[in-house]
Design a protein around this ligand. Structure first.
Ligand code: MF3
Ligand code: CO
Length: 275
């Protein structure tokens, strides 16, 4: 389940710099999605904007055509957790929307996701999204040379469990990333620390907790993509791509490289401080 070290793609510093270019595209487009998403806008509108941005950057989509996937974003609303296909329904006040986006630059992938509240915030949804985002950052902070893979998993789970009663998906996990979007190792969002491969410089991981306001159980709709909660509870998904470097974690899909989060949490990362 956790992959083998000899199967994990190790990038040179120059290759990580190329992945940073893909990460900047992903981070910039998701910032634009935050601005554009709102009441009366459809997720197909957002998908069109994301396609324009890819063209503007001269980048390719990681998602379009992936096992036949028809769009460049995943747009998952309310009880949809991940892999929602964009559609023409106009978003309404109170919707909880997760947008997942991936881009390829010079053959290197970046992958990230955000959750957005549409219109007036609803306290329980705000908390769900905040907890999910915080758990992602706790995981990213463990992407350090010499740590073991499940130190990340454990940090994600602990952050969520300490915040209250939430469901953590188990069937869907984070992943290695580089010349392909999905590579070894799998990165679960739960489990005891100190297991799995030892993290080394040049590895890159997508860390992506998927958390619900109810139970963790999910199923896939007849479109063969959309993953929804069994109990109808609402869900949040946050994701970033991180490079493990000798100078600490470098969050490739965050526009500031993770600098602000690591600085305010006392986590040394000269890599992130470069921006
Ligand atoms: N980006 C998703 C992930 O985080 C996968 C998207 S599936 C696709 O792993 F089909 F849309 F590409
Ligand atoms: Co991913």
């Amino acid at each position: 389940m956790f992959g083998r070290k000899d199967k994990i793609e190790i990038k040179t510093p120059a290759q990580i710099d190329l992945m940073r270019k893909a990460g900047i595209v992903v981070g910039t487009v998701l910032e634009r999605m935050k601005v554009e998403a709102g009441i009366g806008v459809s997720t197909n509108d957002l998908d069109r904007i994301a396609r324009e941005e890819l063209t503007r950057f001269g980048a390719d989509s990681s998602f379009l055509g992936y096992y036949g996937y028809p769009s460049v974003i995943c747009a998952s609303t309310n009880d949809e957790v991940v892999h929602g296909i964009p559609n023409d329904r106009k978003l309404v006040d109170g919707d909880l929307l997760s947008i997942d986006f991936g881009a390829i630059v010079d053959g290197w992938h970046g992958d990230a996701a955000i959750t957005i509240e549409i219109g007036t915030p609803i306290a329980a949804q705000t908390q769900l999204s905040n907890v999910t985002r915080e758990s992602m950052w706790a995981g990213l902070a463990q992407a350090v040379v010499g740590n073991r893979l499940t130190d990340i998993s454990h940090a994600v789970e602990k952050t969520i469990r300490m915040a209250g009663e939430y469901g953590i998906l188990e069937e869907y996990v984070g992943h290695g990333i580089g010349t392909k979007m999905h590579m070894d190792p799998a990165v679960p969002n739960f489990g005891s620390p100190g297991r799995g491969v030892e993290l080394q410089a040049g590895m890159a991981l997508a860390i992506e907790p998927m958390v619900t306001l109810g139970e963790r159980h999910v199923h896939t709709l007849a479109d063969n993509w959309t993953v929804v909660t069994d109990d109808g509870s609402r869900a949040s998904h946050w994701e970033n791509t991180v490079a493990i470097t000798e100078e600490g974690p470098w969050v490739l899909t965050a526009l500031d490289g993770g600098a602000e989060y690591f600085a305010t949490h006392g986590i040394p990362s000269p890599a992130a401080a470069k921006g």
